[in-house]
Design a binder for this molecule. Structure first.
Ligand code: SAH
Ligand code: DHB
Ligand code: MG
Length: 217
């Protein structure tokens, strides 16, 4: 097993099942052209996010970490009629690129991007969300889950990207701030009766990583 094979299988799944449209392709192209890092979700994970939003009939979605809006487009396309999405992003440049990508994809009207550090902007939000996708700085992931719980109801879906980090998640002595942040999240979840979570490992054209999923009890 190797990355070449995983990339081949990813392409196969994309061709057969995902078939992303021009707007998603252009969002990737323009994000790259603007110098944004290519760390967005893979197309098949993006589509899974859309399907999960549809599965729960999401009318309010919260995303932490917009980048160029690639995952945002997928999630917004999963919104129920009349639904809205709020996405939080630190970097002004990312917000600018994302707003253009979202408008071109036809979801600009249903998405609000709030610029700033999420720990500063989360306290401004109110109400409850049906689905939360956490994909920003990994150091603060546990805090983002804590905030998500405040903005949740029983049944709210919480999804956390990048919880395996090339397997470094099981390295208790890791010096990586990302790994430390993710391990803090797992430690928190281990004893947290408020959430019912699982995590899956992923191979793809990107690094070996994983995604955690669950619902608020
Ligand atoms: N969800 C995107 C990828 C997000 S990459 C997609 O799949 O398409 C992570 C993003 O989190 C980057 O754009 C980064 O600028 C942003 N970020 C980093 N620290 C942050 C913070 N403290 N608050 C909000 N966003 C942050
Ligand atoms: C990386 C991947 C991500 O999905 C992310 O949100 C941040 C960083 C990475 O591969 O470095
Ligand atoms: Mg990610």
């Amino acid at each position: 097993m190797n990355k070449e094979l995983w990339t081949g299988v990813e392409s196969y799944i994309d061709q057969k099942l995902v078939r992303q449209d021009k707007a998603l392709e252009q969002a990737l192209g323009d994000s790259k052209a603007a110098g944004l890092p290519g760390i967005q979700v893979t197309p098949n994970l993006g589509k899974l996010l859309m399907l999960m939003a549809k599965m729960v009939g999401a009318k309010r979605i919260l995303e932490v970490g917009t980048l160029g809006g690639y995952s945002t487009i997928w999630l917004a396309r999963g919104l129920a009629k009349g639904g809205r999405l709020i996405s939080l992003e630190l970097e002004a440049k990312h917000v600018e690129v994302a707003r253009k990508n979202l408008a071109r994809a036809g979801v600009g009207e249903v998405v609000e991007i709030i610029q700033g550090a999420a720990l500063q902007t989360l306290p401004r939000l109110s109400g409850t969300f049906d689905l939360v996708f956490i994909d920003a700085d990994k150091e603060n992931t546990a805090e983002y889950v804590e905030w998500s719980l405040k903005l949740s109801r029983p049944g709210t879906v919480i999804i956390v990207d990048n919880v395996v980090r090339d397997g470094d998640v099981i390295n208790a002595g890791s010096s990586s701030p990302d790994t430390k942040g993710i391990r803090r999240l797992f430690d928190m979840l281990q004893n947290d009766s408020r959430l019912d979570m699982t995590a899956i490992q992923t191979v793809s054209s990107k690094r070996y990583d994983g995604v955690a999923f669950g619902i608020v009890r």
